[in-house]
Design a protein. Structure first.
Lengths: 261, 371
C-alpha cells in the first residue's frame, strides 16, 4: 500500500509533545549530553503554559548560553559578563509589564556577576533568574568556577581544587535566600526525569512569583558538562548525582509564594 | 521661561528631565552627585525610573538594559566612575542603543581629587571602551550651554542610535549661574521598532553585540564606521570669537575656554590680534575648520589651553599639520588656569613674532611667514 493511500484523521489525535512556541526551530550549539537543552526546553514550556511568550524579555549572559537568544523565541538581549541582573533591572524598571528573566551560568553569576546578583536580589527586583550550575567554566574550556567541587580537577586547578587555595564552592541558592527581596530561591537538578519534572515545577513557581509581583526569584539548576568534565553524557549525569548533589543539596530555601496565596 | 540661578549639576539634571528622560541610573561620586540627587527627587514624582545602583558598573548596565527598550535613558558620573563604565559603553556602541552619559570631570589619574579637570578627553573621545567606536562628545562651557547640550544629547542619541556624552568639569558642575531651562517635553509615547518590548504580533527583536564570524563582525564594524562618518559630516559644532584677523588663535573647550575668553578679550582691548576657537563637539572634532584657520593669511600660531597635560592638543596638531606652530598651556590635578597666566602665554607668543620680525628686518630678509 502506498503512503498516499493511508487515510489520516488528525482530529482523532491529541498532540501531547511538540516543540514549545517559545523555542525557535533551530539546532543549538550545545555539546552532546549537555543539559542546557533540557533547561531551555523547560523554560520554554513554562513560558508557553503561562502564556508569557509575547510579554517576555530574555537577558542572555556570557558563557555557553551566550546564544540563548537564538533559541528562545522571545525578545532578547545579551549582557556583558555577569551583568545580566543589572540589565534586567534596567529593562524591568522601564517595562514593568514585561516578564524579564536572565539565563546565567555559574562563572557568570557566582563569580564576575556576584555583585549584580546580590544587589538585584536584595532590591527585590521583579525578575526571574535561571541559574545553570555545572561546577565549571564551559565556554572557555573547563576552568575552575566558584562552584567547582573540592578535589575537582579543571584546566586551572589541574591537581584538584583545594580548600586552601580557593575555599569552598559557593552555594548560591542558600546565599541569596535570606535576603528580604527574594521571593523564591530553590535548587533543582537535571540529571534524571524525576528531577527534570521537579525542576519544571520550580521554574513555573519562579515565573509565577514574578507575575504576582512578589519579588526576585531564582532557580538554580545542577547541570552536567560532559565535554569539560571529560566524561560520556551518561557518566556525567551519574557524577552529578553522586558528587554535586551532596555538595549542593536540592531544596527550597525561600518561598513566599505559598505564604501569599 | 525666565532665567534662574542654577547649579550646573542640577541644571543638567533638570534639562534631562525636560528633554523627556524616562530613566536614570547612577552612583554617587563628587563632583556630580547633585545631578543624581536631583534625579532622585524628580524622576519618581513624574512616575519615571530612578535607581541608585550598587556601582558604576551596575549603573551603566542598567542604562544598557533600559536603552534596549528604546526609552530615553541617562547616567552621570565623574572620571573614575566613567572608567568603570567603559564595559557598558563598548557594549552599547556595539549593539547600537541610544543613551546619554554626563561626565563631570575631576582630577586623575587614580583616585586623585574632586577638583575640576579635563583629563578625560582621551577617554571620552578616543577610548571609551574596547573596539572601534566613538561616542558623540559635547563640551559645554557655561551652565546655559550645559542645559542646551543635554537636550541636544537626547536628540542626537536617538537620531543615530549612539552614545552621547556631555562632558562638563567640576567647575561647570558646581558653579551657579543664571540660566534658562527648556520647556517640558512630553515623554515619547511609542517605542522604536527595534526596541525590546515583548514579541507581541511581530517577530522577536534581538539586541546583541556579538558576531562570531570574522566577516559578520567586520560588516557590523563597517556599519558602525559609516554611522560615525555620517555623524562627522553632520554634527560638528564649534564657536569662534574674533578669529578672522587673529595672528594667535587660542583653542580651548569647556572651562578652559571660558578662562581663555577673558584673556582674549583683555588683549583685544589692547589691540592685539588674538582670537578664540572653541570646539563644542570634541568628537567629531572640528578639524576641517581648524585647518582652514591655519591657512588664513593672518594666522601665525595656535595655542591650546587645557586643564590636562595636552590631550586635545594632539587633535589640533593633527588638524593643522606638523609644521604649523601649535603651542600649549595646560594645568593639571585640579588647578584651573587663571586669565592672567593665559594672557602672559599669549603675550609671549606675540613677543616671539615681534623678535622674529625685528631679526628679519635687520637681516633684510623676507623670511617665511610661518617660520
Amino acid at each position: 500500500m502506498a503512503i498516499a493511500d493511508i487515510e489520516f484523521d488528525a482530529k482523532l489525535e491529541k498532540i501531547v509533545y511538540q516543540r514549545p512556541a517559545s523555542l525557535d526551530d533551530v539546532h543549538t550549539h550545545y555539546c552532546p549530553g549537555c543539559t542546557h537543552g533540557t533547561a531551555h526546553r523547560l523554560v520554554a514550556e513554562v513560558l508557553d503554559e503561562l502564556e508569557l511568550r509575547e510579554r517576555t524579555i530574555l537577558v542572555a549572559s556570557v558563557g555557553c548560553s551566550v546564544f540563548a537568544y537564538n533559541y528562545f523565541n522571545v525578545d532578547a538581549c545579551e549582557a556583558p559578563h555577569g551583568r545580566a541582573p543589572a540589565m534586567a533591572t534596567g529593562i524591568k524598571r522601564v517595562n514593568p509589564d514585561n516578564i524579564v528573566f536572565t539565563y546565567q551560568g555559574d562563572g557568570d553569576l557566582a563569580s564576575i556577576g556576584m555583585g549584580e546578583i546580590v544587589h538585584a536580589a536584595s532590591r527585590g527586583e521583579q525578575i526571574t533568574v535561571i541559574f545553570i550550575n555545572n561546577a565549571i567554566y564551559g565556554m572557555t574550556g573547563g576552568q575552575m568556577a566558584p562552584t567547582t567541587l573540592i578535589g575537582q580537577k579543571t584546566t586551572s586547578s589541574p591537581l584538584g581544587r583545594t580548600l586552601e587555595m580557593a575555599g569552598e564552592p559557593i552555594r548560591i541558592a542558600e546565599l541569596l535566600a535570606p535576603l528580604p527581596g527574594v521571593a523564591y530561591s530553590v535548587r533543582r537538578s537535571l540529571h534524571d526525569a524525576r528531577h527534570v519534572l521537579q525542576a519544571k515545577k520550580a521554574i513555573t513557581a519562579a515565573f509565577q512569583a514574578q507575575l504576582q509581583g512578589l519579588g526576585f526569584s531564582i532557580v538554580e539548576l545542577l547541570s552536567s558538562c560532559p565535554t569539560n568534565w571529560g566524561m560520556t553524557p551518561v557518566e556525567a549525569l551519574g557524577w552529578l548525582n553522586d558528587n554535586m548533589i551532596p555538595a549542593f543539596p536540592l531544596g527550597v530555601f525561600r518561598d513566599v509564594t505559598k505564604r501569599e496565596a | 521661561m525666565p532665567k534662574q540661578l542654577l547649579k550646573g549639576n542640577v541644571a543638567i539634571a533638570e534639562a534631562a528631565v525636560r528633554a523627556g528622560c524616562q530613566a536614570y541610573f547612577g552612583y554617587p561620586i563628587t563632583p556630580q552627585t547633585e545631578l543624581l540627587e536631583h534625579m532622585a527627587l524628580r524622576m519618581p514624582e513624574l512616575g519615571r525610573a530612578f535607581l541608585q545602583a550598587e556601582s558604576e558598573v551596575a549603573a551603566v548596565n542598567m542604562v544598557y538594559g533600559a536603552a534596549t527598550t528604546g526609552v530615553r535613558v541617562m547616567t552621570s558620573s565623574s572620571s573614575p566612575g566613567i572608567s568603570l563604565m567603559q564595559e557598558g559603553f563598548s557594549y552599547m556602541a556595539g549593539s547600537e542603543v541610544p543613551a546619554v552619559v554626563v561626565d563631570v570631570m575631576r582630577g586623575g589619574p587614580g583616585l586623585s581629587n574632586i577638583l575640576p579637570s579635563q583629563g578625560d578627553y582621551f577617554q571620552v573621545t578616543k577610548s571609551a571602551g574596547h573596539g572601534d567606536f566613538h561616542p558623540i562628545v559635547l563640551a559645554p562651557s557655561t551652565v546655559q550651554e550645559a542645559i542646551d547640550l543635554t537636550v541636544l544629547a537626547f536628540d542626537l542619541a536617538e537620531k543615530y542610535r549612539t552614545l552621547v556624552f556631555v562632558v562638563a568639569d567640576g567647575t561647570i558642575g558646581q558653579m551657579m549661574e543664571p540660566a534658562e531651562l527648556p520647556p517640558m517635553q512630553p515623554v515619547p509615547e511609542s517605542r522604536p521598532d527595534w526596541a525590546l518590548t515583548g514579541a507581541r504580533g511581530r517577530p522577536r527583536n534581538i539586541n546583541t553585540s556579538i558576531y562570531l564570524g570574522a566577516r559578520e563582525m567586520e560588516e557590523a564594524n563597517i556599519r558602525l564606521q559609516e554611522k560615525l562618518r555620517r555623524i562627522t559630516a553632520n554634527e560638528i559644532r564649534y564657536a569662534e570669537q574674533e578669529v578672522d584677523d587673529a595672528e594667535v588663535i587660542v583653542v580651548a573647550f569647556g572651562t578652559a575656554a571660558r578662562v581663555a575668553q577673558t584673556a582674549v578679550q583683555r588683549l583685544r582691548k589692547e589691540g592685539l590680534p588674538v582670537g578664540l576657537f572653541r570646539p563644542i563637539t570634541l568628537w567629531p572634532f572640528p578639524e576641517e575648520r581648524l585647518a582652514q584657520l591655519s591657512e588664513q593669511e593672518a594666522t601665525k600660531r595656535f595655542i591650546v589651553v587645557e586643564m590636562n597635560a595636552g590631550q586635545m592638543l594632539l587633535d589640533v596638531r593633527a588638524s593643522v599639520g606638523r609644521k604649523f606652530p601649535v603651542h600649549f598651556h595646560g594645568r593639571m590635578g585640579g588647578v584651573v588656569p587663571l586669565p592672567n597666566e593665559v594672557e602672559q602665554e599669549i603675550r609671549a607668543l606675540f613677543a616671539l613674532d615681534d623678535n622674529h620680525k625685528m631679526q628679519m628686518t635687520m637681516e633684510g630678509s623676507n623670511g617665511n611667514r610661518r617660520h
